[in-house]
Design a protein around this ligand. Structure first.
Ligand code: F0G
Length: 463
């Protein structure tokens, strides 16, 4: 009898761990005091007081030994460093865009792009704007218009590409507002604010064709382009034998440029870029980069940051990594769904989104049900999540408040940081909280800044 190879059902972490960071256990009593001191805003907690930190997958990933090695060998020259050369080549190789402008993170790329092209009275369509994207559009007096397909706004509907933009809604918006009022059409891949849902290649092609028809530039918010490529590979016909990098290259080939936060699929702790083909626009953006970021061959990053990104972009596209990454997120989603918890279905790439509106029908939207659940997760299990609901999106530009369309709690999974037993613990903590859901209370705003209020607002529980 011949031995056969083990083909396990378990998809293991495709790395071993050589450097560890302790996490601190606290009691619920301690956490009660810590949260109250933080104005009931998890953003204002000290990270050391958190056991499992799922606030974001942005900049929180573990870097590889190859990235650290690249960082040691970096070139810190002010202008024309070889680290910039490697960074630029990696971005050009993957995106195909000619001009690469490094920025310290994604929102800096957004600031440069929108300050250059967005004016009052204009409209920027997107599938769903991320909060910083929306803020930069609005900061320049323009309107941020979300045109995701209807399925993308219903947490329960199963659709393979819930991040798609609705082409009919896009056409209507162009006809109503006029071509001259639309300086760019954006697509966010994956669609973070819509549940980390992917965009299909077909949709990228369709949106690109509409943009081309009207002569409007088309840009991709590429933060999670590698995860999006994996979903295309596994869910879209005709892509299963293509590698993630081939899929990414095809996706970018339909666009005129992209903004990128390298803190996500750049596998870096900081960094980003704006990449584009239009020489004149690149020139204008470069001038603004000098003003706000730094010389255009470092743009707010150290040479070693650019090395980390240049290597990280390829690591994010590794098949073994992506298989593990997307599977480990789905694993958490399945555990919660099996326990009866409503989550955005199907599970997204970088995070699981709990439907707090469904879980907490006794808390009205403007008493912030998703915020309440987020705080409860910290109190019961030391888990830090983030609200994506009416605290994040409810404040209107005129200062009034309007309930957000969804009340979600995002459990964002840092890249290569937590193991399967961390995820098992996490699922237990969430399910434990779910079983006591009737006890959760709403919150009221005590103080808040005028923009991006969720980062620093202070709240209190309604008793
Ligand atoms: N676009 C998307 C889709 C994002 O998710 C983010 C950041 C940005 C742009 C801005 O990038 O943070 O580097 O300035 N998202 C993080 C998050 C903050 O937690 O989802 P940045």
């Amino acid at each position: 009898m011949k031995l056969t190879q083990c083909t396990p059902a378990t998809i293991i972490e495709p790395f071993r761990i050589r450097s560890v960071e302790p996490i601190r256990f606290t009691t619920m009593e301690e956490r009660q005091k810590l949260l109250s001191k933080a104005g009931y805003n998890p953003f204002l907690l000290k990270a050391g007081d958190v056991l499992i930190d799922l606030l974001t997958d942005s900049g929180t990933g573990a870097m590889s030994s190859a990235q650290w090695a690249g960082m040691i060998a970096s070139d810190e020259s002010y202008a024309g460093s070889s680290s910039f050369g490697r960074f630029e080549s990696a971005v050009q190789d993957i995106t195909g865009f000619r001009y690469v402008i490094p920025t310290h993170q994604g929102r800096a790329a957004e600031n440069i792009l929108f300050s250059t092209i967005a004016k009052p009275g204009m409209t920027i369509p997107n599938n769903t704007h991320f909060d910083t994207t929306r803020a930069h559009v609005e900061n320049n007096g323009a309107e941020a218009l979300d045109l995701v397909i209807d399925e993308g706004m219903d947490p329960e509907v199963i659709h393979p590409f819930k991040g798609n933009m609705d082409p009919a809604k896009l056409r209507r918006a162009i006809q109503e507002r006029g071509v001259a009022a639309i300086p760019v059409i954006m697509l966010t891949t994956t669609n973070n604010s819509g549940g980390g849902q992917p965009v299909s290649m077909q949709n990228v092609r369709e949106v690109s064709a509409i943009a081309g028809e009207y002569g409007i530039p088309f840009f991709i918010d590429a933060c999670r382009f590698a995860e999006n490529s994996w979903f295309i590979k596994t869910r879209e016909e005709g892509y299963d034998d293509k590698s993630p990098i081939e899929i990414a290259r095809e996706m970018f080939s339909y666009a005129d440029g992209c903004t990128m936060s390298a803190k996500k699929d750049g596998m870096s702790n900081i960094g980003g870029f704006l990449a584009l083909n239009d020489e004149k626009l690149a020139e204008k953006c470069r001038s603004l980069t000098i003003l706000t970021e730094g010389f255009p061959t470092y743009g707010g990053m150290a040479g070693y940051d650019m090395e980390a990104v240049a290597i990280g972009l390829y690591e994010a596209l590794d098949e073994g990594y992506l298989r593990y990454r997307i599977r480990s997120t789905a694993y958490l989603g399945e555990k919660l769904a099996d326990a009866g918890i409503s989550i955005v279905q199907p599970p997204g790439g970088h995070a699981i989104y709990i439907d707090a509106k469904k879980m907490l029908p006794h808390i009205p939207p403007l008493h912030y049900p998703a915020w309440s659940l987020t705080n409860a997760l910290y109190l019961t299990g030391g888990v830090r999540a983030v609200e994506i609901g009416s605290v994040m999106f409810g404040l209107q530009p005129d200062g009034s408040e309007k309930a957000a369309s969804m009340e979600l709690v995002r459990l964002a999974i840092p890249r290569r940081v937590y193991t399967q037993s961390h995820v098992d613990y996490l699922a237990e903590a969430v399910i434990h909280t779910y079983r006591q859901r009737e006890k959760l209370k709403g919150y009221r705003m005590v103080s808040a800044p005028a923009v991006l209020r969720h980062f620093s607002a202070k709240l209190e529980p309604i008793t």
